[in-house]
Write a protein that binds this ligand. Structure first.
Ligand code: HEM
Length: 276
């Protein structure tokens, strides 16, 4: 454990050193190049001191990497597993991709707003498999009463988003992966984070809501759009779609108990798969 800690610490030190060197040798010229660490290093403190020391910056980098990577990866794996388990869903996703994007170019970020069925797939994935099944523990700062429940001050509060997605008072056929249930009646864009109805809460809500939600949504949508646009997918040899295992393990995030194994077959013209 100590050895892992040291390796992680060295990795963070290297990131800080590289950024400090860049700042000292003329700084970052193009505003579009400024990243999270550049901003943290440039925060001015009092009496000519830096606002944050290296320990603070390392903690923030670690927090950001931990919060951003596992959540997005777990969501992608669940979405892939559910889609490969439901071949008609894959067909509908690819039909939409062929209509919106076509087969002679790659998906770009500006396409994502128009992929309403894929957005439903991600929303349905969050309903059934929220990356944070109990969000992050919160504590009530003062006593309050919500829906008749008295919550004393300093109570540790967990929000059961996993239960919310399978609550039969809110959803029907809760065990069924059915993206269509999220389509808006008027064809307007399907929101993924949460709506005014709070029927799903993948990123929590309110002032401690995930600050990376827009980036998280884009990362997940973009990865899935490219994977389904570029490849046809089927389960590993010998398995039928319905055999795909969807058992879960609980932890800080809620990954699949067994990693997904699947077979990809290119579906776009061959020049898209050649490295330049
Ligand atoms: C699919 C992707 C993601 C999911 C499902 C997700 C979900 C969550 C959830 C449930 C929380 C806890 C909110 C609460 O306190 O109740 C959270 C917090 C947080 N997330 Fe995300 N997240 C994702 C992506 C990201 C990304 C890409 C970033 C940054 C680039 C990020 C940064 C953070 C940070 C810094 C916090 C802690 C906020 C605080 O201090 O309270 N997340 N996220």
């Amino acid at each position: 454990m100590r050895e892992v800690e040291k390796r992680v610490d060295d990795f963070h030190s290297k990131i800080i050193q590289e950024h400090r060197k860049k700042l000292q040798t003329g700084g970052v010229k193009d505003e579009a190049e400024i990243d999270f660490v550049d901003v943290l290093l440039s925060l001015a403190g009092e009496d000519g001191e830096a606002h944050l020391d290296d320990k603070d910056i390392k903690a923030l980098i670690q927090d950001m990497i931990a919060a951003a990577t596992d959540t997005s990866a777990v969501t992608n794996e669940w979405a892939m597993a559910e889609v490969i388990k439901h071949p008609t869903v894959l067909e509908k996703i690819q039909e939409e991709l062929d209509t919106v994007v076509g087969r002679d170019r790659m998906v770009t970020e500006s396409d994502l707003a128009h992929l309403n069925y894929l957005r439903c797939v991600v929303r349905e994935t969050f309903r059934m498999h929220p990356a944070g099944p109990f969000l992050i523990p919160h504590e009530s700062v003062r006593a309050t009463t919500i829906n008749g429940y008295h919550i004393p001050a300093k109570t540790r509060v967990f929000i059961n988003t996993h239960g919310l997605g399978r609550n039969t008072k809110i959803w029907d056929d809760v065990e069924e992966f059915r993206p269509e249930r999220h389509l808006t009646g008027d064809g307007s864009r399907v929101e993924i984070s949460h709506g005014s109805d709070f029927k799903i809460l993948p990123f929590s809500a309110g002032k401690r809501k995930c600050p990376g939600a827009p980036l998280g949504v884009t990362l997940v949508l973009m990865a899935l759009a490219r994977l389904f646009h570029c490849f046809d997918w089927r389960p590993a040899d010998g398995l039928r779609p319905q055999d795909i295992d969807t058992s879960e393990v609980y932890g800080m995030t809620m990954p699949k108990a067994n990693p997904l194994v699947a077979i990809a077959r290119p579906r776009l013209p061959s020049h898209f798969y050649q490295s330049s």
